[in-house]
Design a protein around this ligand. Structure first.
Ligand SMILES: C[S@@+](CC[C@H](N)C(=O)[O-])C[C@H]1O[C@@H](n2cnc3c(N)ncnc32)[C@H](O)[C@@H]1O
Length: 398
């Protein structure tokens, strides 16, 4: 069976490439896979990247424009719908406009697709902080609207390093299966949950195999001398606030000291979260060399293959890479969806809100936290923080 996929907020195609690479075969030999049907994003370079890598034969199937002006009802029919809705707009949740307003919060455009097109299954993605946005009301409202659109939903906080991704990226992903199908998605068990010794390190992802000098998007940054001196002193895993940094190389910053400022990767661990924006000091720094990572190195941490070419200038490419779902993480989730449709079993674990979900949906309120068993704690920081700090020290070489 071929699942035709539509996607809003498609980004550069992290989720899409993962979906494209997944495949399941049922016991009687039927193949289950995903095929791109249409996608939308409003960022020009992002749309070009998606076209170039995901659907070069059908560039017109990527509609570049604001989702608020998209003719949702006129879009072709689909079986799988994906939407990694931006996390910057819950402001009118709970106010009178609600889901029906013309300019609702952006996730409501995904709900419109669900209501109108009724795909068999959907995948929605957002940052871990969604759980607490608007005192937890936004999360529950979003889950409720997905359920009311006709889906059995499975929200879960995926910790991608536990799935072998070389990055401690934590994302809420909600999989919904149409109620008419009569089953619910089960979260695939992370193979390395209690096994941090076997997590994929940043060093392995960046060096194995080596990145060719002429690889796409592999431009180096020309740092100021002082920044190079400071980075040389900072140990892998530490940041600009390490107490051993001499006075003359310390940053003159008042107020909050964000932990990802000039933070160097620890070569033994997965990277902290690759982000797409932020000023000087937030470009993610190499474990072995006193410099920021190149975009190709960031793409490696997001498990994009080296043939995947991002379109645009350096900062635009950084934005695209930082926003994507890690390709291999997306592949694991789509693989589990396809296996479910194919009737294949796979190892599962309870979803984060398994016990509370029914109560949350019924009462519209956060259920009381149940005590849960914790996984092994190890030294990995997954800072989502951004900084306003602008040091004007990082000029592109070209
Ligand atoms: C988190 S990214 C999605 C990444 C994607 N899931 C992936 O794996 O590559 C969100 C995307 O939403 C797009 N976006 C934000 N606001 C939008 C709007 N009003 N209309 C269309 N796209 C929008 C951004 O340009 C960005 O590419």
């Amino acid at each position: 069976m071929i699942f035709k996929k539509g996607e809003l907020f498609c980004g550069p195609g992290g989720l899409s490439l993962g979906a494209k690479l997944a495949e399941a075969v049922s016991k009687d030999g039927e193949i289950f896979r995903v095929e791109h049907e249409w996608a939308n994003d409003y960022h020009e370079d992002t749309c070009e990247t998606f076209r170039l890598n995901i659907c070069p034969d059908r560039p017109e199937s990527v509609i570049c424009g604001d989702v608020r002006e998209l003719d949702i009802e006129g879009l072709p029919e689909i079986d799988l719908f994906c939407f990694g809705f931006p996390c910057n707009d819950y402001s009118i949740v709970g106010e009178t406009k609600g889901l029906e307003g013309d300019y609702g919060p952006l996730y409501t455009y995904g709900i419109k697709v669900l209501k109108h097109h009724q795909p068999k299954v959907f995948i929605a993605e957002n940052v871990g902080g969604l759980e607490s946005a608007n005192d937890g009301r936004a999360f529950i409202q979003i889950l409720k609207s997905m359920e009311e659109a006709g889906y059995n939903i499975t929200p879960h906080l995926y910790k991608f390093e536990e799935y072998g991704i070389p990055q401690a990226r934590h994302r809420i992903i909600i999989v919904g299966v149409h109620k008419s199908l009569g089953w619910k998605f089960q979260v695939p068990m992370p193979p390395y949950k209690n096994d941090p010794e076997n997590w994929t390190s940043a060093k392995k992802a960046i060096e194995n195999p080596p990145i060719l000098e002429n690889a796409f998007n592999h431009e180096f940054t020309n740092h100021a001398k002082k920044v190079v001196e400071m980075l040389t002193i900072i140990n892998p895993g530490d940041n600009a606030w390490a107490d051993y940094i001499p006075e003359n190389l310390r940053l003159n910053v008042k107020g909050a000291k964000m932990s990802n400022i000039y933070k160097r990767l620890d070569h033994k661990s997965p990277a902290y979260t690759v982000t797409g924006s932020g000023g000087g000091g937030t470009h993610m720094y190499h474990y072995g060399e006193p410099r920021a990572l190149t975009n190709r190195e960031r793409a490696r941490l997001q498990t994009f293959p080296d043939w995947y070419q991002f379109v645009g200038k350096k900062e635009s490419v950084r934005r695209q890479i930082g926003m994507a779902v890690p390709v291999d993480g997306a592949k694991i989730i789509v693989q589990a969806i396809l296996d479910s449709f194919a009737g294949n079993e796979y190892p599962t674990e309870p979803s984060k809100w398994e016990e509370e979900l029914a109560e949350m949906l019924e009462t519209g309120k956060k259920a009381k936290k149940k005590k849960r068993t914790r996984g092994t704690k190890v030294k990995v920081e997954a800072s989502e923080e951004q900084t306003e700090l602008e040091l004007k020290t990082e000029e592109p070489v070209k």
